[in-house]
Design a protein around this ligand. Structure first.
Ligand code: FAD
Length: 493
């Protein structure tokens, strides 16, 4: 067990190590090391990044390339980087009792080609096909972290042990523990309002030893905790009477689990379309049940589209057209909820019917501009959008870009929401982008004086979308190549 001891003066920190088990009660070790000049510099803006998935890694990549302005610490509750791309067979909770974070399924291939998925300065390997497997995305993110040397900025359980190479201390913890050193979970984030500025008190603990809690203060916090973990379960009349299995896409792993069953797949957005086709390989019959306009695409012969559910009985779904279906499984592809369990009330972040406020440009807290949230927009090109959002946040933090006043930001948030309602979006789609994403990206780039997203990303994204609408089963067999920042071409593999 390691106990952080107090800092005795500006340049010295003491840590106390105590043995456990056989060694309990033996000598404590005191280690003394000097803080570097950089650690001591009060000039740097000290930034916490919560999460080391794609968004957190991208935040680290930009923050750490500006060492003269920012000092960065990232907190990641998992033992490795990659977030939702770390596939697991587990469902519900992991071995530490934490809710499973990843929503990946075994056969998942990306629904965007790698050519538009990539961060602008780090392409995927040219050897890969355009639509790649989830393992290949994880490889890419690990490669990104290693290329920009990012791992050393992620909080480790025992960083000083590694630094000091204290052999007898290594023995106390065992080699397995030393391989998995991140596992620090942010428990609480709280603003401390001072005379001139607000700082952030961040409390975290070790996943393996929850009682080992520490606290650090930061000038700014970039929240990158992911938004595809907490299932959104719709209210359906009679759902409590249904005797079949109810599975959310978050816990969907293999089609074999549904062999020979009649599956009603509720929701036909990206996950609903993809999972209904995946599960159809083993299920007897799949009903793709949704309220949108019918998809004009060829589907597997055992998949049929139906209107929405009116109510459920013990083993039937009664549809809005009064048709009655006998079903074994209700597979909910109904999306996810925004969730920030570590924010205290004082953070003043509100979530109502999937609208998160008050976020200027869906990103920066209007009242606390040093608090930002990456990846809130939905139906987007995630990695390139994260990259632009982060460069926008850093422009604001560094003072390169002056943010509008709180009132101006609040007004902008209100107008943006009204615009969406006028376009016919329901309230819960307050952060939906789709075709609005390109103007949004350009706006962020222009305001912050940063490089815009190359137009070829939009062109290829739109082309894939056009093709997918017509043939949702085969669109992933096509391959593309970017020719320059404006043009792409389809290629044979
Ligand atoms: P995540 O990857 O979820 O990472 C968040 C990280 O924060 C995790 O590592 C988590 O452990 C950590 N964390 C959370 N809370 C805490 C805490 N309290 N303390 C410390 N750490 C914490 N995008 C595409 O571009 N193409 C696709 O084809 C595609 N397919 C997808 C398919 C599925 C099934 C899903 C769910 C998503 C898909 N996406 C796709 C979108 C994907 O979510 C984004 O590409 C991106 O990976 C999200 O990254 P993120 O960093 O925001 O979140």
């Amino acid at each position: 067990t390691v106990y952080w001891s107090n800092t005795l003066d500006a340049s010295t920190t003491y840590f106390r190590f105590e043995g456990e088990g056989q060694d309990a009660g033996r000598t404590s070790y005191y280690v003394h090391f000097l803080m570097t000049e950089e650690d001591m510099s009060s000039q740097l803006c000290k930034v916490a990044v919560i999460g080391a998935g794609a968004a957190g890694l991208c935040a680290l990549r930009h923050l750490t390339s500006r060492q003269k302005e920012f000092q960065t610490v990232c907190f990641e509750q998992n033992s490795s980087v990659g977030g939702t791309w770390i596939y697991t067979e587990q469902k519900n909770v992991d071995s530490h009792g934490l809710p499973i974070h990843s929503s990946m399924y075994k056969n998942l291939r990306t629904n965007l080609p790698k050519e538009v998925m990539a961060f602008p300065d780090y392409p995927f390997s040219t050897y890969l096909k355009s639509f790649i497997r989830h393992e290949e995305v994880l490889d890419y993110l690990e490669g990104y972290a290693s290329h920009y040397d990012l791992l050393k900025y992620i909080k480790e359980i025992l960083p000083f042990l590694k630094k000091l190479q204290v052999r007898y201390c290594y023995d106390d913890f065992g080699s397995e523990d030393l391989d998995n050193l991140f596992e620090t979970s942010v428990q609480r984030l709280h603003p401390i309002s001072g005379e001139n500025k607000t700082t952030w008190e961040l409390t975290y603990n070790e996943v393996k030893n929850k009682s080992l809690t520490s606290m650090e203060n930061f000038d700014a916090v970039i929240v990158c905790n992911g938004h595809y973990t907490l299932p959104l379960i719709p209210k359906i009349q009679g759902i409590e009477d249904f005797k079949g299995d109810i599975v959310h896409s978050h816990s969907y792993r293999h089609p074999e689990d549904f062999s020979g069953k009649v599956v009603l797949c509720l929701g036909a957005a990206a996950s609903g379309q993809d999972i209904s086709i995946d599960v159809a390989a083993c299920a007897k019959q799949v009903y793709l049940c949704h309220r949108n306009k019918a998809l004009e695409t060829v589907l597997p012969q055992n998949v049929s589209q139906t209107p929405g559910i009116k109510y459920l009985t013990a083993n039937q779904a009664v549809l809005e057209n009064n048709e009655v279906l006998n079903i074994d499984v209700l597979l909910l592809c109904t999306g996810y909820r925004y969730y920030f369990p570590f924010l205290t009330e004082a953070c003043k972040l509100h979530i109502e019917d999937e609208r998160v406020t008050p976020l200027y440009k869906h990103l920066i807290h209007a009242e606390y501009p040093t608090l930002s949230f990456i990846g809130i927009p939905k139906t987007i090109c995630p990695f390139p959008l994260f990259d632009i959002q982060i460069r926008f946040v850093l422009s604001a933090l560094s003072g390169k870009m002056k943010l509008p006043t709180k009132e101006e930001m609040e007004n902008d948030i209100k107008l943006d929401f009204e615009k969406r309602l006028n376009l016919g979006f329901p309230h819960r789609k307050a952060h939906h982008m789709g075709s609005l994403q390109w103007a949004y990206n350009d706006d962020l780039a222009e305001m912050s004086g940063e490089k815009p997203m190359p137009r070829v990303v939009q062109k290829l994204y739109d082309e894939v979308h056009r093709y997918r609408v017509l043939n949702v089963v085969t669109y992933k067999s096509l391959n593309y190549k970017l020719l320059d920042s404006e043009n792409f071409t389809a290629v044979e593999t």
